[in-house]
Design a protein around this ligand. Structure first.
Ligand SMILES: [Zn+2]
Length: 200
């Protein structure tokens, strides 16, 4: 088993072989984990949240679901949900411009940058930011279509466990979102915290 600490506001890439399981834990709770996955043998094939939810007919990932790539091939199975279904497949990864859009001045850490840096550590250049699966992220689609992120109820120690259905490179980002925006909470009030990733 290998354990990787993803420090608050940072990202890490891990290799997950076919048949292995990756577990992501939020020790302090209420920390959004942006999750990306690539076919280790062909980085042009990546996990696609959008392709996945049109096959599961649900905009939330649920235990037992199979996550597919943009080529509609099975990549991961969602084996165990230890976070009571509080996940999201709708929010694009945050980036510098998202923070500027909210009025933030100057550079801000982001999941997009975390993805790029984590992949470069393994020698790979990423040109496209895929739609992530955002574990431990509380979003809700209202009856009239409005989309909100209410306060995050995910408990300390909550986790998700996924089984790799092909050899993968997976990236987990501790979402650095820390702005005070009405109706858009994302993380815990006290700010971003670390995540733990284990592969076994
Ligand atoms: Zn983010």
């Amino acid at each position: 088993m290998t354990e990787t600490i993803v420090p608050a506001r940072e990202g890490r890439a891990v290799k997950v072989g076919r048949g292995q399981r990756i577990r992501i834990t939020t020790p302090k709770g209420a920390q959004a984990a942006d999750f990306f996955a690539y076919n280790a043998e062909s980085l042009s094939e990546w996990l696609s949240a959008n392709h996945t939810w049109v096959t599961t007919f649900c905009v939330k990932p649920r235990e037992g679901d199979v996550f597919i790539s943009r080529f509609r091939r099975p990549m991961l199975k969602f084996v165990k949900d230890g976070a009571n279904g509080v996940h999201d497949m709708m929010i694009a990864a945050c980036d510098q411009f998202r923070y500027e859009h909210f009025g933030f001045k100057g550079p801000h850490a982001s999941c997009s940058e975390n993805l790029c840096v984590a992949m470069r550590r393994l020698g790979h250049q990423v040109d496209v930011i895929p739609q992530p699966i955002n574990f431990f992220t509380n979003t809700h689609v209202e009856a009239d279509g409005r989309f909100v992120s209410p306060p995050n109820p995910v408990a300390p120690g909550a986790f998700v466990e996924l089984e790799a259905l092909m050899d993968l490179i997976c990236v987990v980002s501790s979402c650095p979102f820390d702005l005070k925006v009405d109706g858009w909470t994302i993380n815990a009030d006290q700010g971003p915290s670390e995540l733990i990733v284990t592969v076994a």
